[in-house]
Design a binder for this molecule. Structure first.
Ligand code: ACO
Length: 326
């Protein structure tokens, strides 16, 4: 069975930047608290006329240019998001139409911050099974539209953006070597957008109570994130018989610099081999890993043959890791 590899990456961040100092004027917080507790300095915020699909389209155009392909060369569209254009149709369908791709399957994956890795694992399986040949996999979020701007424990964390990769069958030993994923819905209430679904449909009361925004018990989530990201990374390394010191670049989900540091400490992966983008983009849930991967590729931090480890944890709870040879 042939493997599946990434042949192009692209990312897009909205123009407007919101700094920690801007947030000091909105809620009772400080640049010092946000930087030391999270590692975030600034985040990007969408313009009024932008939606998740338009962010993906901008990122996808760059990925297609890198891969030297046209939209018509794509035969499957997967979008990981918890902030879709519309509950349905899926963001994947809107992206397909905007790119002029007709008639190919398009769907969304909902796994919060692990969403992009879930999408990558699905794409890898579809290619290995021969069901698809060339897949557009994106992570996109407009979290600032589901943020409670009166809650200082969450509104300082999130941002907007999109990252995209194009995957196809590998003709050499490059591509995804091993993956691991999991979920535990019993802890779902610790990180949740409570209203807007069939359990709690929108009413005036749900809007008045800010129940359409992200609710998070941050310190509880923190403990689970460190444990599960370490577990996922260990599983993929053992499965592929690779030692942590062989990893050329570690790209973790960017939720908190302290979670990243705790995870790399467990594995003995140095900071120099770890992609850190949280200072510039904040937590963009499913988009942080593909954006960080795109920056790493364009900065020349990944060379042909390098081992790259991606690792995430998010609402659900969900977690996952993927090890690939570039
Ligand atoms: N400014 C100033 N003070 C604040 C702020 C703020 N923005 N936010 C909270 N505080 C205060 C709290 O009120 C509390 O004060 P108290 O001690 O007087 O009660 C104090 O700071 C400590 O609060 P904690 O919540 O214990 O702070 P913690 O160190 O845990 O940091 C944080 C909070 C940053 C949210 C952290 O817990 C975290 O990163 N959690 C994990 C997030 C994560 O991984 N999410 C998963 C992915 S997200 C997704 O799936 C959408």
């Amino acid at each position: 069975m042939k493997g599946a590899k990434i042949i192009g990456t692209g990312s897009y961040l909205p123009e407007k930047i919101l700094t920690n100092f801007d947030l000091e004027k909105i809620v009772d917080t400080s640049d010092e608290w946000i930087r030391t507790r999270t590692g975030i300095e600034e985040r990007h915020i969408v313009a009024d006329d932008e939606a998740a699909s338009s962010l993906v389209v901008n990122a996808a155009r760059k990925a297609m240019e890198m891969a030297s392909i046209k939209p018509q060369d794509i035969d499957t569209i997967i979008c990981a998001t918890i902030s879709p254009d519309t509950p349905f149709p899926s963001t994947g369908c809107w992206v397909g139409t905007a790119l002029g791709i007709e008639g190919v399957p398009a769907f969304d994956v909902s796994a919060a911050c692990s969403g992009f890795l879930y999408g990558l694992i699905v794409a890898d399986s579809l290619i290995k099974a021969g069901t698809a040949k060339r897949i557009l996999v994106s992570g996109v979020e407009i979290l600032t539209r589901i943020t409670n701007w009166t809650d200082r424990t969450t509104c300082v964390l999130f941002g907007d953006g999109a990252g995209t990769v194009i995957m196809e069958e590998s003709d050499d030993d490059s591509g995804i070597l091993s993956s691991y994923w999991g979920a535990d819905g019993s802890l779902g209430d610790l990180l949740i957008q409570p209203a807007g679904g069939s359990r709690m449909p929108p009413t005036h009361e749900t809007v008045d109570k800010n129940l359409h925004t992200i609710y998070m018990k941050g310190n509880e989530v923190f403990k689970h994130a460190v444990r599960k990201m370490a577990l996922a990374a260990e599983k993929v390394l053992v499965k592929a018989n690779i030692k942590p010191e062989e990893i050329a670049l570690f790209i973790p989900h960017q939720a908190n610099i302290r979670i990243i540091d705790a995870t790399i400490k467990r594995f003995g992966i140095p900071r120099e081999k770890t992609m850190v983008t949280i200072d510039k983009i904040g937590n963009i849930s499913s988009a942080t890993i593909p954006i960080s991967l795109d920056w790493a590729v364009r900065e020349g931090r990944i060379k042909k043959g390098d081992l790259v480890l991606l690792d995430a944890f998010g609402g659900g709870f969900t977690w996952g890791a993927t090890l690939m040879r570039w």
